[in-house]
Design a protein around this ligand. Sequence first.
Ligand code: SAH
Length: 390
Amino acid sequence: MAGKVILKKQAEKRLRWSHPWIFAGEIAKEQVQEGPGAIVDVLNSAGKFWGRGYWNPQSQIRVRLLTRKEEPVDEGFFFQRLRQCWHYRQQIGYTENCRLVFAEADQLPGLIVDKFGDYLVLQTLALGMDRWKPAIVHALEQLLQPAGIYERNDAPVRELEGLPLTKGFLSKPFPTTFQIRENNLRFWVDVANGQKTGYFLDQRLNRLAIAPFVRDAEILEAFCYTGSFTCHAAAFGAKHITAIDASADALQLAQQNAELNGVSPSCTFLEANAFDVLKQWAGEKRSFDVVMLDPPAFAKSRQQIQSAITGYKEINLRALKMIRPGGFLITSSCTNLVPAPLFLEIIQQAAADARRQIRQVLFHTQPPDHPIVWTIESTAYLKFLIVQVQ
Ligand code: SAH
């Protein structure tokens, strides 16, 4: 072992609930011989083995535990963990496209791997995990024989770990824009330049769930990205969808996705700031049968929670004002710092301010390839709500 870290007594209570992060302030003493990213043993205040994980003195999250057992952390360890990840996705039938590794929820802190058909897209978001990238790539090649692996390590959270932002091939090069299938539709995915890993797999079941609410509807969708909800709505018989996004690149793919699925006659894509459009159109008293909202995360730190609440309230309030009586608001939040009860309260307040009565008709979270560990709050992030509006 490259060293040891001894916990303060107070830290043990929180950690007992099997949270894998140990913050700088929870450590009484550190004796580490190697540099950042080293594997260390964590001991409790009585000097007893607590767990083993990687250490980063540059991060507030000083240790991320990989195991509570006294087992070697080596290439074989990562191979076994990744094998369990793949086994579970096979078990639940999420094999074609899936989140193959969901970080802390798969006991691989800081590692995300999305599978899109024969290709894998990987993010190592913590320094300790980044050091194991060659072993991870090797294990993924052994387990899945992918046609290619791409790293999207341009995520800004890496800077908190002292890691550079980078992206590129971890296998031989391949065309990074390709098609995937989802729910009998087809979508272009751009894994090199799209957002995050290129496509949001977490809304797969929720896109299916809109079917009963969109038939013959006139729909406004804000934050449409590459048009996945739009194409689903059109395929489910919506009359027309006006879909807005601020990204011209996303909208170009959205247009191509509508064409690919033969639904472009019922879709109009608009490049604009959704906040501005919602404000203006609500002011003009425009109306729709259904409004769909799926904005990016509004808070990345606790300091931003209040502005996230304000943001969610504003867009949902304006959307509610535009929905015809009997219509539906389909609204999402992917901010893990806004937990489900708070999100529902924001929607209720928005409805009260809009002077509209609502009733919940459906509430979902993440699909089973994004499992939630109740003791690790950050693993529960997606809220997907449909309310009927009177
Ligand atoms: N619903 C999409 C995912 C949306 S991701 C899907 O199912 O795939 C959030 C999207 O919001 C991104 O495409 C981003 O470009 C867009 N976005 C961010 N801020 C915006 C703004 N102010 N106005 C419009 N779009 C915005």
